[in-house]
Structures are given as C-alpha cells and as structure tokens.
Design a protein around this ligand. Structure first.
Ligand SMILES: Nc1ncnc2c1ncn2[C@@H]1O[C@H](COP(=O)(O)OP(=O)(O)OP(=O)(O)O)[C@@H](O)[C@H]1O
Ligand SMILES: [Mg+2]
Length: 254
C-alpha cells in the first residue's frame, strides 16, 4: 500500500478529550484513544469505572458533554439530520449483555429485519444473507425458531449475526458473555474470535481475560473515568504498570 495514502486514512474510531457527567458526577474524565482499522481492543476495569458509558458513547447511545468521537473520520456526536445519524450508527454494530432479540420474530427475521427496513434490501437477498450469517455462527438449523426457544448462548450468537447483517466495519461488545451460563460462554467467544481473525475492528468490554490474551491487540484499563493504562495483553498481564491495574488483576485471579 502507498504509505502516504495509508497515513491519511483516519483511525476507525478516535476519541478526543471525551467528557460526560451524570449530574455532578463526572463519569468520563477526558478520554483520548484511537482504535485502528482491524484492531481488537479489550476494555477492562473495575465496576462503575465507566466502561459501559464509554462504549455506549461510541454509537451515541449516550450523549457526551464535550470532546469528540469520530468513526472513519465522521463526527458521531455532531449536529446532523436523524437520517444521517442512523446511517452512521448502522456502521457500528453493538452487542449487549442482554441479547434484546425481538421475541415475536423468528431468528431469520430478527437478522433480516434491519437490512430490509433501514437499507431497503430486498427480502430474498436479506434472507439469503441472514442464512449465511446463521451458518457462520453455527445456527443454520435455527432459522425458523423463536428467540424463546433458544439457549442464552444461541440467542447471543443470533444477536451477533443480527449486528453483522448491517455489514458494519466496527463492532462494539459490552460484556456479551456475562449473562450466560458458564458452559455457553465458549461458543460466543469462539464467534468473536473468528470475527477478529477475519479482520473486524472490535471494541470489547469483557472480563474474559483468556479472550483478551488470545485475541486483543491492545488492552485499555479504565479506572474512575480515565484510561490509565493501554498495553499489549502480554505486557498488561505480566507487568501491569499501575497499582490499580495490579489490584484489578489480582482480584480477577481470585
Ligand atoms: N443513567 C445513569 N445515571 C446516573 N449515573 C449513572 C448512569 N449510568 C451509569 N451511571 C454511573 O456512572 C458510573 C459508570 O457506570 P458504567 O455503567 O459506565 O460502569 P461500568 O464500568 O460499565 O461498570 P460495570 O463493570 O459494573 O458494568 C457508575 O458510577 C454508575 O453508577
Ligand atoms: Mg458496564
């Protein structure tokens, strides 16, 4: 690739001095960070440190008080018509702890709905794509099932397929496995691993440190509304720099 071209490519996600408060409580205290194209970032830190708030600001599920967040150079929190905001948002997939599938729609329809409604994709094309995505997450046989008929791990894999149906260049995950029974965690992490292997840009809030070790390019450790450490997983786990990060890892190991 031409170096001068690649150096001009904006980062996939860029946060600049992002601040947010709930009343008098400042929950994000000036976040500066970047996620490169194809990078997998694991965000960890103590409960209440601001991880969910941070990741929710990235697709504007939460407003910010000041600073800026861009996705491929587009200002997510700028003033724009609703249609434009929806278009930007559809480029950022989001998977939550709670799967939030539509209970009255089949698995196939859950996945095909947004491409049909938001992008105007023809139903046959959307269904075809949904079947391929179901195959990818190992659930091709569940297309006609309803969410209530699936296990938690299966529902979360459908939720991932649903997000992927919009073909987002970046995916956000907020503790996607923490509501699951232990035996279902692995199947969801395996899907996330395969996404990472295919080059998806990912921001993942997770306590799954095995996943962080195996898959993350970088770990961000957040404490009290600030990213106080960013490191490769090797460096973070073997030699955390801050006392707070050392304590966090020691607590996790217990
Ligand atoms: N809607 C809200 N109104 C008021 N305070 C809030 C709101 N949402 C979050 N907070 C507070 O902001 C802080 C950060 O919350 P956040 O959910 O981002 O933390 P977290 O790091 O994701 O925690 P956890 O690991 O428990 O999920 C907490 O002190 C929380 O109580
Ligand atoms: Mg959270």
């Amino acid at each position: 690739m031409n170096a001068s071209v690649s150096s001009q490519t904006p980062p996939m996600i860029k946060l600049s001095d992002v601040r947010k408060s709930y009343g008098h409580f400042e929950v994000l205290k000036g976040i500066d960070a970047e996620v490169a194209r194809g990078e997998v970032v694991v965000i960890c830190g103590p409960s209440g440190s601001g991880k969910s708030t941070l990741i929710r600001t990235v697709n504007r599920l939460e407003e910010i008080a000041s600073g800026s967040i861009t996705c491929e150079g587009n200002d997510i929190h700028g003033t724009m018509p609703a249609k434009e905001l929806n278009r930007l948002r559809s480029r950022i997939g989001f998977v939550f702890q709670s799967f939030n599938l539509f209970p009255h729609l089949s698995v196939l329809d859950n996945i095909a709905m947004s491409p049909i409604r938001v992008k105007g994709v023809a139903r046959a094309v959307a269904n075809d794509k949904a079947m391929r995505l179901l195959d990818r997450v190992g659930l091709a046989d569940k297309a006609g099932s309803y969410p209530g008929q699936l296990s938690g791990g299966q529902q979360q894999r459908v939720a991932i397929a649903r997000a992927l149906a919009m073909e987002p260049p970046v995916m956000l995950f907020d503790e996607p496995t923490s509501a699951l029974d232990p035996e279902m965690v692995g199947e969801v992490l395996a899907v996330m691993k395969s996404l990472a292997a295919d080059g998806m840009t990912m921001m993942c809030v997770t306590h799954e440190m095995g996943f962080a070790r195996d898959v993350a390019d970088r770990v961000w450790f957040i404490d009290d509304g600030q990213i106080i450490e960013t490191a490769t997983p090797e460096a973070f786990f073997s030699n955390p720099q801050h006392a707070r990060a050392k304590r966090f890892l020691a607590d996790l190991r217990h």
